[in-house]
Unconditional design. Structure first.
Length: 201
């Protein structure tokens, strides 16, 4: 794993190593790269604004945030982000995190599919929203220096991510018509995702 992109670094320690290991084992390479790019985008956004954030909490949540889209963790009843929140609580319990910190990891994952959170209210949740939006559909990419974005995509290539991710969301929408993924699929999200400017780098 590239641990630094254009000066933005990943955290070190047992929690970060375990989150990366689990994501590597269960996500395909395209989804793994998306999770890592989401972290780097969010962390870069925070650093550019001088925002302090819990780097370990954010990294762990970013690496786990989409794992409930993969078959071993897919829920047939819960929206994937809610199932992912439960997965994060179990994962972080194994790390010995206290209840409040486990709840925060779950909260970040659930909220990344909800309305925007102001950074002054919950900075880590906002970072995951910023990171995932930039990486999936290119929303907010103008906030990043093009040289950073290019370096990030070179470090973690897209590998056909947009097409495979849209398929995952369409599957969620078909089976769980009331979920947030279904609302995105019903709108213009699919078109924006498959035409993301990141795929032209």
């Amino acid at each position: 794993m590239t641990t630094e992109v254009a000066g933005v670094r990943v955290p070190v320690g047992r929690a970060a190593e375990a989150a990366l290991l689990v994501c590597e084992e269960y996500a395909d390479e395209a989804l793994l790269h998306h999770s890592l790019r989401s972290y780097f985008f969010g962390a870069a956004w925070a650093e550019a604004r001088g925002l302090e954030f819990d780097r370990e909490l954010f990294f762990v949540s970013a690496l786990l945030h989409d794992l409930a889209l993969v078959p071993p963790f897919d829920s047939h009843t819960l929206p994937f982000e809610e199932a992912g929140g439960h997965l994060a609580r179990v994962f972080t319990a194994g790390l010995g995190w206290p209840v409040e910190r486990r709840d925060r990891a779950a909260e970040l994952i659930v909220l990344h599919m909800r309305d925007d959170v102001a950074p002054e209210v919950d900075v880590e949740s906002r970072l995951l929203q910023v990171g995932t939006s930039a990486d999936v559909s290119g929303s907010g990419l103008d906030a990043f220096d093009p040289s950073f974005t290019e370096a990030l995509v070179r470090a973690y290539p897209r590998l056909g991510f947009a097409k495979s991710f849209v398929s995952l969301f369409q599957d969620q929408a078909e089976r769980k018509p009331g979920c947030a993924a279904a609302q995105l699929v019903a709108g213009e999200w699919v078109g924006r995702t498959v035409s993301s400017p990141l795929d032209r780098i």
